[in-house]
Design a protein around this ligand. Structure first.
Ligand code: 5RP
Length: 222
């Protein structure tokens, strides 16, 4: 199977996971990226079974609206039973690196509000140790150089993601050569650097369920 076919298989599995729980007033949290896009496309056939969605990016919001799914502001929503999103890396504890699509801050906010985070990923995303994928850090633009110097002190090789402005008007630094032994501690440590808006470690609030697309089928890990 191709990587896209594996992504589509987990998108379909996520639909099966949430469909029995959809009610007319359900608002879903929806992530960003190619796997989330496949999920959005499949969700369109269920659009009359739930109220709408909160999106973690302008791109996902636009795609949802394109399928006739109403998009709500998070501030106007009471509860979010499910957040469905992809990942750049995920470990056995369902800690993740996210933000390859620069949507990490809104992803983390919607995930924080959700009762259940369902991570959908093809098998290439499953790792023993997080960090092979460069860890994204969203920064306030004027703090970029300062934050980069602090990241060097922590052992990272920080690279400014040129030409990318997040939906929040900020910039992204990618941390190369930065293997992470304790994701929960490192997530807190990075967030404590002045000027950091969010980092792409999703460990304090990891996924609750991982649907992993493999050659032998979709594995469900909790
Ligand atoms: C975007 C993300 C995505 O979930 C992550 O990059 C995975 O993307 P894809 O499904 O395209 O592999 O965190 O900010």
């Amino acid at each position: 199977m191709t990587q896209d076919e594996l992504k589509d298989a987990v998108a379909a599995a996520a639909i099966d996971e949430i469909a029995p729980f959809l009610e007319r007033d359900t608002v879903l949290g929806i992530g960003t990226g190619s796997t989330a896009n496949l999920f959005i496309d499949r969700l369109s056939s269920l659009r009359h079974d739930f109220q709408g969605a909160v999106a973690s990016s302008e791109a996902s919001a636009e795609r949802l609206r394109g399928h006739g799914i109403e998009v709500f502001e998070l501030n106007s929503v009471g509860s979010v039973p499910f957040y469905i999103d992809g990942a750049d890396e995920v470990n056995a504890h369902l800690h993740m690196i996210k933000g390859g699509g620069a949507a990490l801050t809104r992803e983390k906010i919607v995930a924080a509000c959700a009762e259940k985070f369902i991570c959908i990923a093809d098998a290439s995303k499953k790792v023993e140790r997080l960090g092979e994928f460069p860890l994204p850090v969203e920064v306030i633009p004027m703090a970029r150089s300062y934050v980069a110097r602090e990241l060097v002190k922590l052992g990272a090789d920080p690279v400014y993601r040129q030409g990318v402005v997040t939906d929040n008007g900020n910039q992204i630094i990618d941390c190369f050569e930065f293997m992470i032994d304790d994701p929960v501690a490192m997530e807190a440590r990075l967030d404590a650097i002045v000027g950091v808006v969010t980092n792409g470690l999703f460990a304090a609030r990891g996924a609750d369920v991982l649907l992993l697309g493999t050659e032998s089928g979709v594995e469900r890990l909790t």
